[in-house]
Design a protein around this ligand. Sequence first.
Ligand code: SF4
Length: 296
Amino acid sequence: MSSLAEKERIAIERLRAFEPPDGYFVCVSGGKDSDVIRILAQLAGVGHELHHNLTTVDAPETIAYIKTIPDIVIDHATDKDGNRLTMWNLIEKKLMPPTRLMRYCCSELKEHGGTGRVKVTGVRWDESRQRSENGGLVKILGKPKTTQNLAEEIGADYRTTRQGGVILNHDNDASRRMVEHCYRTTSTMVNPIIDWTDSDVWEFLRHYGCPANPLYQCGHKRVGCICCPMQGGDGMKRDAAMYPKYKAAYIRAFGRMLKCRKEAGKPTTWETGLEVWKWWVGDDPNQLSFFEEEQI
Ligand code: SF4
């Protein structure tokens, strides 16, 4: 058996091992890893629903691709009063742009939903050092003390993340019991392809004839949000050149954000949304951070 066939077999076993009675909540971002997990869920024959969270800064190509996936549910983020959340109103509300250190948009726009369900994600160690440190086959977030006590009680082989989450790397009985006990009250994620490499992902998609998001054919290595700060200034500027309407929308949102900062009595040396934009993409020679800025 080839090593990819073996990885596929193990991933299917993992999905079957942790299958909850109400089926999985599969998080489909529109990227290649989420294509793999949705195909694997079908191959495993486990109960599941496919969900895509609209971030409002998804590339149009990604939205068009998502719409070709049968039975996908497209979800919108809302606040506690039921008002629709967008990147644009979040920037105003948070009084700062999202940054690598303060990526509030991920939790509010991208990672919401699936409360009380076991989520399946395409997280892989190969993707980043941070993911290697904070990711595992199963990740349980929330109620850190109770969850760790339970892991001790059950005898699970676990480690903790910096935020107190619990990581399990074995699909043995103890891990399964942990998931069974925790998933209603915590955020529980199963990551069946955690140990797959980029080439495993591409080979798998080729084998199953999955075309993947067309942005990959345009040379994109990742297909995240337009101007995502996690990609660094060069990537943000590339996105801005490709989607000028989104650049203009960010600049307008930053302008409204400055107005809100002033109304809230928060200090700012910036006068216009364009100035914030330049700082945001790394073109401001002064390179003040927002946190330094707070103290001026
Ligand atoms: S812009 Fe980046 S940090 Fe924000 S939701 Fe999208 S992926 Fe997450």
